[in-house]
Ligand binder design. Sequence first.
Ligand code: GUN
Length: 283
Amino acid sequence: MTAQRIDGNALSQKLRADVTHRTAALKSKGVTPGLAVVLVGENPASQVYVRNKVKACQDSGLYSVLEKYPENMTEEALLARINGLNNDASIHGILVQLPLPVQIDAQKVIEAISPAKDVDGFHIASAGALMTGMPGFWPCTPFGCMKMLESIGYDLKGKHAVVIGRSNIVGKPMAMMLLQQNATVTICHSATKNLKDITRQADVIVAAVGKRNVLTAEMVKPGAVVLDVGMNRNDEGKLCGDVDFAGVEQIASYITPVPGGVGPMTITMLLVNTLEAAERTVI
Ligand code: GUN
């Protein structure tokens, strides 16, 4: 059996068309959804990410502003800028690109963002809302994974979902979202023993470690659904995920490729969150 691919580009296109449509409707009521993207320093990967985020906003008719600051910016100055954006009515979403330079406490900066504008979903208020099933913003990458499962009509109720990785950005919120859909959820991490024995029991596996070949064919139950959040480079310098795609593709029923899988969905859900933030100001 060869797995069907869940195409993140195609799904993104569909969801972004809806964002474009809803954005136009909101504009006709006099509100243009606005996203502020804040980049501190010169991290090359971050520069590519923020450019893509700003471009995606423009393509869907959202307003976006990219604010770039030097590597030596102080924490105080950044906190002051966040305060300014919190009070700026043209801005509905604030995204501070991570990582931040060492002199800045990232968590402190995230907590300074108004939860109403926390479109990354990293604020503790957003994390608490997700955990308790209250309205709030969901982190974009796991949110995108949920949309991918929804796109194949997958019913998580009673299924065993295994998340490999426990980051605040992906692993932990991913587990909460799967739990909310009534899956039985196991979180595995670097100290997990007998990882293979656990993943072999999974109906759904989300690999979110940031290391190549974390999941190989013999670790997967035939017919399982595999979502690959990884973003790595192989020996030839080509982009690859956490999953041994060629091997696992032969075992799984559905699989997300890298590139063209979860990656584009992350930006799409950022657009969705920003639009939602703007819509909430008029409803
Ligand atoms: N750095 C890597 N991924 C992300 C993300 O999703 N949001 C932010 N703000 N920074 C990141």
